[in-house]
Design a protein. Structure first.
Length: 262
């Protein structure tokens, strides 16, 4: 995995200058990368997660590069906590402009469906739908009043693949939810977009058994011969959240490097 570096934040001219972006799972690798991209483009990022140490580390990187970051420790499956935090962001900072949810879904992979327990199968489906609904609902209540805002989902949906447990079922459910949100919120100027990836090898831990084989499989499915990086995901998210993508809603931005036809 490449060494982490701080990206210098250029204030005043970014695509997201003056906006408030909430990133649920902001202490993780994907959430952190997206938060850094948002901050680089001028947004104040609000990092949410269950572990204070990882959130503070992510926030420190953003601040060190000249960006603005806030943290909040709570579970994004807790309806009351989600609502109260969204209300606080809007009240304290004037708006809630971007919502991005990338918390862990607790999926189990590698076990055939015929051998999987119901609990392991349904966990990612229930978790993904519940947290996405709660965070999107909290954001929508403010965005509809503002007549603007962007709700970003992550993962997308590709061709069926074996031994992914409930993961693809969860993604399919989120795509259905995305469509419903987009058509209901569109008249208020609120967009809903999925970032669709085909897997990000950087997120696999060093020393993880099979890491090289999984990376090869991900890259082997692409047209470009490489997979999206964390930086790629951040850049795509910043674009999707900006006015440059003002015509995109109810659909996915395909960053699979051609692994999944557009």
């Amino acid at each position: 995995m490449p060494a982490e570096t701080n990206t210098v934040i250029h204030t005043g001219g970014g695509m997201l200058t003056g906006r408030n972006a909430v990133v649920y799972g902001g202490g993780g690798m994907i959430g952190g990368a997206v938060a850094r991209a948002f901050a680089r483009e001028g947004a104040r990022v609000h990092l949410v997660g269950r572990t204070a140490a990882t959130l503070e580390a992510a926030a420190a990187r953003i601040r060190a590069a000249g960006g603005a970051a806030e943290t909040a420790v709570f579970d994004a499956l807790d309806a009351r906590a989600v609502d109260e935090h969204a209300d606080a962001v809007a009240a304290s900072f004037g708006s809630l402009d971007v919502s991005f949810n990338v918390i862990a879904h607790g999926d189990v992979q590698g076990t055939p469906l015929a051998e999987m327990s119901l609990e392991d199968f349904e966990r990612p489906v229930v978790t993904a739908v519940r947290t996405t609904f709660l965070t999107a609902r909290a954001a929508a209540r403010h965005m509809t009043r503002q007549r603007s805002g962007v709700i970003l989902l992550f993962g997308g949906y590709g061709p069926p693949a074996p031994r992914l447990g409930g993961l693809q079922v969860a993604f399919g459910a989120l795509e259905s939810l995305r469509g419903a949100l987009a058509c209901e919120l569109g008249p208020y100027g609120v967009r809903v977009v999925t970032l669709q990836t085909g897997g990000i090898p950087e997120t696999l831990p060093e020393g993880f058994e099979g890491r090289e084989a999984i990376t090869g499989a991900i890259e082997g499915r692409t047209v470009l011969g490489r997979a999206a990086t964390l930086e790629d995901v951040g850049n795509a998210a910043a674009f999707a959240a900006s006015d440059l993508a003002r015509t995109i809603t109810g659909s996915a931005i395909n960053i699979t490097c051609g692994a999944i036809p557009g």
